[in-house]
Design a protein. Structure first.
Lengths: 91, 361
């Protein structure tokens, strides 16, 4: 995984907004995760078209009051976690 | 505060062409008419509206419903993630493609063994070759596939080959689910329960395979409660996350809850689903900790296992509020130990009770 990697959620996953929980949820066979707002915003960009660094840039623009280093750390941690769960690929 | 349910398990029918001795259907039930297409569709819409995100279409064998395409299509349009939990029989490649086109998200296919003769004997029907074909179609159609293998004394020693088979079939996920001794499995426990040594060997083999296959195939290994020492958080706790609806529309916290005496459950469509979830006597019976016996109420593990499995407690001890007997602190734990001792004796060729044939008319 490096700054040029393009994370892509696997076809078995579905990223949806759940109105009852007012949150994005990531669903896959017989499992799911209720995401907090920033995790939802990150995963919306994980379709394989964006590099890690451009995802960090987009989040930094969306959350101007949060330090960029913190955002970078958050993005990398989430991507690494979902990758290890076999939910996304890193092209 | 009471959470909203995440998952709806829709038991579309109790009918099934297979006759597995560990079948999770109730041993007996009122054969009331099953919900029709419209009733299931209304239920899916209500479930989605109160927060359900996943629907497990199961049975019995859900493929026996000729309206399965419509049910999947409806659930899909509601935004529900649809899982088909199936034996793969009866199915054609064309129908599987049609189910996929209707919006089916994932398939969980059961297999019984790597050996055709043994697999067919366990299923009580010649199905093994057909199941392998279904697995290949599922992969070819790009449908994410979980292979589920119920483990018991007769197939647990094949664990290495079972894992290799699932890998060769391109399963994304493999569930090696030891039988839990409820329903038909409780009746046939003497013929199914593995020995401790069999279990440990299977666990070691699985662990090694898990390392090797990391990132390619996820492997779940479910220990039988009888060897757990502490109870499992059955259904993630009674009435906490899951809704199960029986073929005739009873809204339940687990698929055997209606086998417990004295509990009242309500039928889908008789009042709003949210009211049933929040207020029905049956759902509230074992929520929280007020119902617990002293052993559970003062135990630190109660926030992990939520009191374990109520069906197991009742069917083994005869008491609804008893400590789940698989727990080492249960005063009835000797009943579990006795069953384990009997498994060590390995009485070969013990007869299996088989379900009466329940073929589709």
């Amino acid at each position: 995984m490096n700054e040029a990697s393009c994370p892509a959620l696997l076809p078995k996953t579905r990223l949806r907004y759940n109105r009852q929980r007012d949150a994005c949820v990531l669903l896959w066979p017989e499992r799911g995760l209720v995401l907090n707002r920033s995790a939802g915003d990150i995963l919306k960009l994980c379709g394989g078209q964006h590099t890690l660094s451009s995802i960090v840039n987009a989040l930094a623009a969306q959350y101007p009051h949060t330090k960029r280093d913190l955002i970078r750390e958050d993005v990398h941690r989430l991507i690494r976690d979902l990758h290890s769960r076999g939910l996304l690929t890193l092209e | 505060m009471l959470e909203r349910p995440y998952t709806l398990t829709a038991e579309l029918t109790y009918r099934c062409p297979l006759h597995c001795a560990y079948c999770s259907n109730p041993v007996s039930y009122d054969d009331r008419p099953a919900l029709d297409t419209e009733q299931w569709c209304r239920l899916f819409a209500e479930a989605e509206a109160i927060g359900v995100m996943q629907v497990n279409l199961t049975g019995g064998e859900p493929l026996l419903r000729c309206d399965l395409e419509r049910l999947i299509g409806h659930a899909h349009r509601l935004g529900l993630y649809t899982n088909l939990i199936t034996s793969g029989v009866p199915l054609s490649r064309r129908r599987l493609a049609r189910l996929r086109a209707s919006g089916l998200d994932a398939v969980q296919l059961s297999l019984q063994s790597t050996d055709q003769l043994l697999a067919d004997r366990i299923a009580g029907l010649v199905v093994h070759k057909k199941k392998l074909a279904v697995a290949r179609w599922t992969h070819a159609l790009g449908i994410p596939m979980t292979v589920n293998i119920v483990l018991h004394r007769d197939n647990i020693e094949q664990i290495h080959d079972l894992i290799a088979l699932a890998e060769a079939l391109h399963a994304e996920r493999l569930e090696l689910a030891n039988t839990q001794y409820l329903g038909w499995a409780f009746v046939n426990r003497h013929a199914l329960l593995p020995t401790q040594e069999q279990l440990e060997q299977a666990r070691r083999t699985t662990q090694a395979a898990r390392e090797r296959l990391r990132g390619r195939m996820e492997i779940l290994f479910v220990t039988p409660d009888y060897y757990g020492g502490v109870p499992r958080a059955c259904m993630d706790g009674w009435g906490r996350r899951h809704l199960v609806v029986s073929p005739d529309g009873l809204v339940l916290p687990c698929h055997l809850a209606h086998t417990l005496p004295g509990l009242t459950f309500e039928r889908a469509g008789t009042r709003p689903l949210l009211d049933i979830w929040e207020q029905s006597e049956g759902f509230n019976r074992f929520r929280g900790e007020a119902w617990m016996n002293d052993t559970c109420r003062t135990c630190t593990h109660r926030t992990v296992d939520f009191g374990g499995c109520r069906c197991q407690a009742f069917h083994v001890t005869g008491h609804l509020e008893a400590v789940d007997p698989v727990c080492r602190w249960s005063p009835d734990h000797h009943l579990i130990q006795t069953a384990r001792d009997a498994a060590e004796q390995r009485t070969e060729g013990a007869p299996l009770w088989r379900r009466d044939l329940q073929m589709v008319p």
